[in-house]
Design a binder for this molecule. Structure first.
Ligand code: 13P
Length: 260
């Protein structure tokens, strides 16, 4: 992928989380369409995350087009009697380069714990996959003034084994649960405030240099009409997009964000 030097200290990362949408053929067709629309857009990493069944087709479709493919989850063991699970090595074998870990839907619907997230992040790093570790508070937690406490707990547990040299090889996604799929985007100020807090927590845990190299994304009702103001915030290094990543025209507009 082409890299530009710019005023930004970190290369923006724009990731589409397709959740449980798109067959393999639909995903490959989407990537063809997206690649044509974002040709010439440089200076940012573009990632799509299909369901497991779409990964191989997506990697083939994305080859040589400046688009990377992420999985939506991974297990921490290399192999074994773990029915239904997929190992990090199985992902890298396909050409997958990133993995979303600890999405709030995994935590809330499938009971993933902070400890599970920690093991998955560690395994992904060990296998050279870029983990995109998700954190975020519920609406009730925000209303009770517990946002920072929740974020600090999720970060401390998830990253307890993080070495400072791993920081540049991972990303954190701040996804307030009240903003996911609701159309209620966090204001750029709220997103910046939470993401600034996350960066300060990382600095406390892993040092200034590590905190400056971790890319921190915002996720939750990101759309073509709010991407530019989100990306104008100093600590927002990219976005994790759900619904608006399913259509090539809207995702291409998000990829082509215009901001400082
Ligand atoms: P929406 O963009 O649909 O709100 O989903 C956000 C999300 O969960 C991305 O991981």
């Amino acid at each position: 992928m082409e890299r530009h030097s710019s005023a930004r200290p970190r290369i923006p990362l724009i990731a589409g989380n397709w959740k449980m949408y798109k067959t393999s053929a639909e995903g490959a067709a989407f990537i063809d369409d997206l690649a044509a629309r974002v040709r010439g857009v440089t200076g940012r990493d573009i990632v799509v995350a299909p369901p497991f069944t779409g990964l191989a087709g997506a990697v083939r479709a994305a080859a040589g087009r400046g688009i990377q493919v992420a999985a939506q989850d991974v297990y921490w063991e290399d192999e074994g009697a773990f029915t239904g699970e997929v190992s990090p090595g199985m992902l890298t074998d396909l050409g997958v380069t990133c993995v979303i870990i600890g999405h709030s839907e995994r935590r809330q619907i499938f009971g993933e714990t902070d400890e599970d997230v920690r093991k998955k992040v560690h395994a992904a790093l060990h296998h050279g996959l870029l983990p995109i570790m998700c954190v975020g508070e519920t609406e009730a937690e925000r209303e009770a003034g517990q946002t920072e406490e929740v974020l600090a707990r999720q970060l401390a547990h998830g990253l307890v084994t993080l070495q400072s040299e791993d920081a540049g090889r991972m990303a954190v996604a701040y996804e307030p649960i009240w903003a996911i799929g609701t159309g209620k985007t966090a204001t750029p100020e709220i997103a910046q405030q939470a993401i600034g807090f996350i960066r300060r927590q990382l600095a406390e845990g892993a040092g200034e240099a590590a905190a400056e190299s971790v890319r921190i994304l915002y996720g939750g009702s990101v759309r073509p009409d709010n991407i530019d103001e989100l990306m104008a915030q100093p600590d927002i290094d990219g976005v994790l997009v759900g619904g608006a990543s399913l259509k090539a025209d809207s995702f291409a507009r998000i990829v082509a964000f215009e901001a400082g």
